[in-house]
Design a protein. Structure first.
Length: 274
C-alpha cells in the first residue's frame, strides 16, 4: 500500500512548532510520510542577496524540523525551500506529492491570510494546529458539527474514525433556529451517532439553539474541545455563502485546532485499515 503523504509548511513563527507536533501525532496514526516546505515570499524579498539569505535561513529551519520529526519517529520524505507566493507554492507542492493533508500552525481565534487561502483553495484536508494541541499530548475531546449536508456526513465519518484511533471522546453537535426544528435536528444527530457507535468510542450528541457559528464556538469553550472536525468544500458562490460562511467562521475563530475535511479526499483518509 502506498503511504499517505502529509505536507508541513513551516516558517519562523512559534506556530510552526505546534504544527510540527500535530503533524507528528497524525502521521504516526496513519503511518504517513511528511514533507517540509519553506517558502521565501517573493513579494517581500525581491533582491537577489535577500533571497539568497532567506534561502539559507529556510534551509536551516528545514534542518531543525527534519531532525525534530525524525527524533519523534516520523519519516521526512522531502524538504524544500521554494521562492514565490507562499499560497501558490504550497498548493503546487501538495499536488506534486499528492498530499492528503496539509498542516498549518495558527494563533488562537485567528487565521493568517496564507492559511485562509489554503483552506479555501487546497484540494485536500487541512489541519489548523493551535497551541492547546502542541506537545506530545494526544487529542482528547473532539467535536463534529453536523447539519445534514454531505459535507457534514463526511466530517462525521472521519471524526468517528479519528476518535477511535486516538481513544478520544466525540460530541456530535447540531444547531437549530427554533424549537420547531428539534425533531429534524434529532434525526440529523442520530444519523451521525449511528456511524460513531460502530467505532466503539465514547460519543454523545448535543443540540443547541441560536446562531450556528457562535453556538459551535460556545460549545468548543464549554466542553474544552481540543479538536473540531468540520466539513468544507467551498464550491461555488452559493456554497461559500451558506456552508462556507459557517465553516470559515469556526475555522478562523476557534481557539482549538480544526481539522477541515474536504469531501474530495475523505475516502483516502477514513477508510484506511488500522
Amino acid at each position: 500500500m502506498v503511504k499517505f503523504q502529509f505536507l508541513l509548511p513551516i516558517d519562523e513563527s512559534v506556530y510552526s512548532d505546534t504544527a510540527a507536533d500535530n503533524a507528528i501525532k497524525v502521521a504516526k496514526m496513519y503511518n504517513a510520510d511528511v514533507s517540509l516546505v519553506y517558502v521565501v515570499d517573493a513579494s517581500i524579498f525581491e533582491d537577489k542577496e535577500d533571497i539568497e539569505s532567506q534561502t539559507k535561513f529556510g534551509e536551516s529551519m528545514l534542518g531543525r524540523f527534519r531532525q525534530y520529526c525524525s527524533d519523534k519517529g516520523v519519516n521526512i520524505e522531502k524538504a524544500s525551500v521554494l521562492v514565490g507566493s507562499p499560497f501558490n507554492e504550497i498548493i503546487k507542492m501538495q499536488k506534486e506529492i499528492d498530499a492528503s493533508l496539509i498542516i498549518l500552525g495558527a494563533p488562537d481565534n485567528k487565521l493568517g491570510s496564507v492559511a485562509e487561502r489554503v483552506v479555501r483553495g487546497a484540494k485536500c484536508h487541512i489541519l489548523i494546529a493551535r497551541k492547546m494541541t502542541g506537545g506530545d499530548e494526544p487529542f482528547k475531546h473532539l467535536l463534529v458539527p453536523v447539519d445534514g449536508s454531505k459535507d457534514s456526513e463526511f466530517a462525521a465519518q472521519f471524526a468517528s474514525s479519528f476518535a477511535h484511533r486516538t481513544s478520544s471522546s466525540l460530541t456530535v453537535f447540531h444547531v437549530i433556529h427554533n424549537e420547531k426544528k428539534m425533531q429534524k435536528g434529532t434525526e440529523i444527530t442520530e444519523k451521525a451517532l449511528d456511524v460513531a457507535k460502530t467505532k466503539n468510542i465514547t460519543v454523545e450528541s448535543q443540540i443547541s439553539e441560536g446562531k450556528i457559528s457562535q453556538e459551535i464556538l460556545n460549545e468548543i469553550d464549554n466542553k474544552s474541545i481540543d479538536l473540531t472536525v468540520i466539513g468544507y468544500t467551498g464550491k461555488g458562490r452559493i456554497s461559500r455563502m451558506i456552508l462556507g460562511s459557517v465553516s470559515e467562521k469556526v475555522i478562523r475563530s476557534a481557539k482549538c485546532s480544526v481539522f477541515v475535511v474536504k469531501s474530495v479526499r475523505t475516502e483516502k483518509v477514513y477508510t484506511i485499515q488500522k
